[in-house]
Ligand binder design. Structure first.
Ligand code: B3K
Ligand code: ZN
Length: 883
């Protein structure tokens, strides 16, 4: 498979102005008639029209009404090339496709008897031949024809122009999208669906029709998605002055979907997981995720659709920016300062747990990649989450108002265009009269920068010096890195626990949190900042609110960390101090006890226990914050901080510390458990969710004791749970204990919810991640009648949760986990290359593990690599892993 390079970008030889399509929908064989009007691009280099096509049969081809003979064009390698084209032409293409056979879930496919499409990134070419690249933008008119009984609902982008009967039991609908769009935003839906709908008054006075489409039995689960949509529309009006530009906005839920959701113009298609919710089936996390994803897709209407990407290397232009927007939306929806901080902590946790390892492995790539084999492999945490951090840094450097000025200029300049990350950066720079040249390195250099801090306090001169030095490790194809432009938000905490007013030597700087915080701009490899009038020795609070996606190194003592944990005015760094303290202890435990499994230094534990005790009982802190502070760093986060990973040692260390904390704080956990019950009826708001979160954290610690009292508490919660959050938390606690009722509870849960696919996913997931679940147990679960590899949610719920979420069992010393992984990657490859490639990534960091484990991982990777008919998706991953 060829590698595609960013520097090879060439503008298209022809633009497409209009697209008219007619679909005769039939699951076995659908016919698609497409008429394009094309016009030569004066900046193009040839007069050959290049169209892409994949798994489509070409039935007929005409230029200006004249049928082409097979000698008039070239067909091969996924391209249809028509040479000697006139400057303007009408092109008629007829194709035949087989939606029922399409298990890749790209292009047009069937899910539970209904038709859906997924075109990003390159799925439109599985429907018809087309210049399937995002810089080709056109206006679409779409005629859908289908059997009326089986497919009463026919949807596509934009506005419904006409509908009616065709006789013969068939009917039609004609849709027109008034906006230019790239082919990846095309969508159609046809089937037996129902909707919840509402008229919604926009700020400019227009009424928009909002619809959430689902299967009939799910109409009682659409309210939260609808509310989230209305909140998203309001928020984008208020925060960015961006209005919905269509009269109708539709969300459709589908059970078979590769990703979370898709922002097709006016017709967003969603994984059911990010639409359906009611208290019986959805957890607090599900509610929050639905709000975030509904927001994300809606926000794409401006950042992605109205202004789109010139080429797929620019993916972060829309994804990083839209993730930033959805994160800000969720934070604003919580509203409180503490709630904002909790959201920030959760987002940073994802970044560290998933993106930092990606940036340190064989798939490491810049936020704007330079090359790819399969673009679907680059919908990554780097493009999305690190991309969002990069956008956030503009806001940190320019301030909220400056950032808004940059956004306004971006839309003023580029509405209706397909542009690059450089265009976005230029808008930010020009709107604020700032030089952001060096900032480009955040887009071009891969790897997580390290910032090392050193301090010097002069008690005579009352000066405090902070020296920051930065470095960035080599990544594939990038040996040496140049210094980044890094905003470092800093505060100095005095002995009384309050922030010291800051007097920075030199020019005054902008504050992000008021007087106590200043944003330093680190642009050199090494820089010293001096603060004057510092009368007492402070403790520095560095990188407040995680002001840059870097690893900060500073030698805090345990006492200093405990002090910051108790006093830092920046809630993020309060949390951070506790995590550092816990990590330090856990890493020592994991490396000292490799093999032995005994608990570590009790003096250390006492310090940590005291700090945890304080946090647990500090009722001035929001429950949601306490929950985050009392959750130990995950096994994968700890693994990332070790030179050589021994998953069992890490697991033992973490479990043993949890047991110690459970024992030492038993009474406090119990009191916290009882103090944080939530009233009926259930409400998913952040405050209530925070209380449930803390209560269930208390329950899980208590269950580490594995005694009768804990078992009873969990069993009672399971039996009486009034919502899914409490129910599934109790079940997880039971399953990870030796409680006598755990088998019965698992069975009860399945029987109770067997008709709710999303809950059955939870049932598989919980078992996939359970401590006692080994490969044999996973294989047994795969034989359950409800299991199938064909549905991505189901495959993820068991196989991914085991391979990624159960490290101690997956990395069993006998290598059985790796053999299982290879089998499943190979099986999935034949069904759905995108899902297979995601699973393939579970082993990409094999070189970080102990030599014994590496020796078992390599053959598994090699086995996948030499599989026949390997998709380029999987091939790219395993090739890069083995290089
Ligand atoms: N833009 C889509 C992702 C499409 C995935 C293609 N493999 C979802 C999103 O980011 O909103
Ligand atoms: Zn997106």
């Amino acid at each position: 498979s060829p590698t595609i390079y960013r520097h090879d970008y060439v503008p298209p030889a022809y633009w497409v102005e209009t697209v008219e399509m007619g679909f005769d929908l039939d699951p076995a064989l659908t016919r698609v008639a497409t008429r394009l009007t094309v016009r030569r691009n004066p900046e193009g280099r040839t007069n050959t029209l290049v169209l892409c096509g994949e798994s489509v049969e070409l039935v007929q081809l005409q230029i200006n009404g004249k049928r082409l003979a097979s000698g008039d064009y070239q067909l091969g390698n996924g391209l249809l090339q028509i040479p000697n084209m006139p400057d303007q032409a009408s092109v008629d293409i007829e194709t035949a496709i087989q939606p029922e056979q399409n298990t890749s879930l790209m292009g047009l496919y069937v899910s539970n008897g209904n038709f859906f499409t997924q075109c990003e990134a390159e799925g439109f070419r599985k429907i018809t031949y087309f210049p399937d690249r995002p810089d080709v933008m056109a206006k679409y008119k779409v005629m859908l024809r289908a059997d009326k009984k089986k497919y009463p609902v026919l949807l596509s982008n934009g506005n419904l122009i006409e509908e009616g009967d065709l006789g013969d039991g068939r009917h039609y609908a004609l849709w027109e999208d008034p906006f230019n769009k790239p082919s990846y935003l095309f969508a159609l839906v046809a089937g037996n669906l129902v909707c919840q709908e509402e008229k919604f008054r926009l700020e400019d006075g227009r009424d928009a029709l909002l619809q959430v489409w689902v299967e009939e039995g799910n109409l009682d689960k659409t309210q939260h998605a609808m509310d989230s949509l209305k909140n998203s529309i309001r928020w984008d009006e208020e925060r960015f002055g961006l209005e919905l530009d269509l009269d109708r906005f539709m969300i459709v839920a589908v059970g078979d979907f590769n990703m979370g959701a898709m922002e097709n113009k006016g017709l967003n298609i969603f994984n059911t997981k990010f639409v359906l919710a009611n208290p019986r089936i959805a957890t607090d996390t599900d509610y929050a995720n639905i709000e975030a994803v509904v927001g994300h897709e809606y926000f794409h209407n401006w950042t992605g659709n109205r202004v789109t990407c010139r080429d797929w290397f620019q993916l972060s232009l829309k994804e990083g920016l839209t993730v930033f927007r959805d994160q800000e939306f969720s934070a604003d929806m919580i509203g409180t300062a503490s709630g904002r901080a909790c959201k920030r902590i959760e987002d940073v946790r994802v970044l560290r747990q998933a993106q930092f390892p990606e940036d340190a492995g064989p798939m490491a790539h810049p936020v704007r990649p330079d090359s790819y084999v399969e673009i679907n492999n680059f919908y990554t945490v780097t493009v999305y989450e690190k991309g969002s951090e990069v956008v956030r840094m503009y806001q940190t450097l320019l301030g909220r108002e400056g950032f808004r000025r940059g956004m306004d200029l971006y839309f003023a300049r580029h509405d209706g265009q397909a542009v690059t990350c450089d265009d976005f950066r230029a808008a930010m720079a020009d709107a604020n009269d700032r030089d952001l040249t060096q900032f480009e390195r955040w887009y071009s250099q891969a790897g997580t920068p390290r910032v090392k801090a050193e301090t010097r306090y002069d008690s005579e001169a009352h000066t405090f010096e902070l020296t920051l030095s930065q470095s960035c490790p080599p990544t594939p194809d990038q040996e040496r890195k140049l210094p980044f432009h890094i905003p470092v938000a800093v505060g100095l905490v005095g002995p009384n626990g309050h922030d010291i007013p800051l007097h920075l030597d030199g020019a005054p700087q902008e504050n992000i949190h008021g007087q106590g915080t200043i944003v330093l701009e680190l642009t050199q490899a090494r820089q010293t900042f001096r603060f004057n009038r510092v009368t007492e020795k402070p403790i520095p609070s560095l990188l407040r609110d995680f002001s840059a996606p870097v690893i900060l190194e500073f030698e805090y003592s345990d006492d200093e960390l405990a002090f910051l944990m108790a006093h830092d005015s920046d809630p993020f760094n309060r949390w951070e101090a506790g995590q550092r303290l816990a990590s330090r202890h856990l890493l020592a435990l994991a490396t000292s006890s490799q093999g032995s499994g005994t608990s570590g230094d009790t003096a250390d534990e006492a310090g940590l226990g005291q700090a945890f005790h304080k946090t647990l009982n500090d009722t001035s802190l929001e429950p949601a914050f306490r929950e985050l502070a009392l959750t130990l760093p995950s096994e994968s986060l700890l693994a990332d901080q070790l030179e050589v990973i021994d998953p069992q040692a890490i697991h033992r260390a973490r479990v043993s510390l949890r047991k110690v904390l459970a024992e030492n704080l038993r009474e406090d956990w119990l009191a916290t458990y009882h103090a944080n019950q939530t009233p009926e009826p259930y409400s998913p708001d952040a405050r209530s969710a925070g209380r449930r979160g803390l209560k269930n954290t208390a329950l899980s610690y208590l269950c580490e004791l594995d005694d009768a009292a804990a078992h009873e508490l969990a069993q009672e919660q399971y039996d009486n749970a009034g919502n899914m959050t409490d129910r599934v938390a109790a079940l997880a606690a039971l399953v990870n204990s030796s409680a006598p009722g755990k088998a019965a509870a698992l069975e009860h849960f399945y029987t109770e919810f067997e008709r709710e696919a999303l809950v059955v996913d939870k049932w598989f997931m919980l078992q996939g991640m359970a401590r006692a679940t080994d490969v044999a147990a996973v294989r047994k679960l795969m034989r359950h009648p409800a299991f199938t590899l064909k549905n991505p949610n189901r495959a993820r719920s068991l196989i991914f949760s085991f391979c990624n979420g159960n490290p101690a069992q997956f990395h069993a010393p006998d290598g059985s986990g790796y053999a299982f992984w290879a089998e499943q990657v190979i099986a999935l490859n034949a069904i759905n290359p995108q899902v297979a490639a995601r699973l393939a990534r579970s082993l990409e960091r094999w070189r970080k593990y102990t030599p014994e484990l590496q020796a078992k991982m390599r053959p598994a990777l090699e086995q996948v690599a030499r599989t026949k008919k390997l998709s380029k998706d999987v091939l790219e991953i395993v090739t890069k892993a083995l290089e």
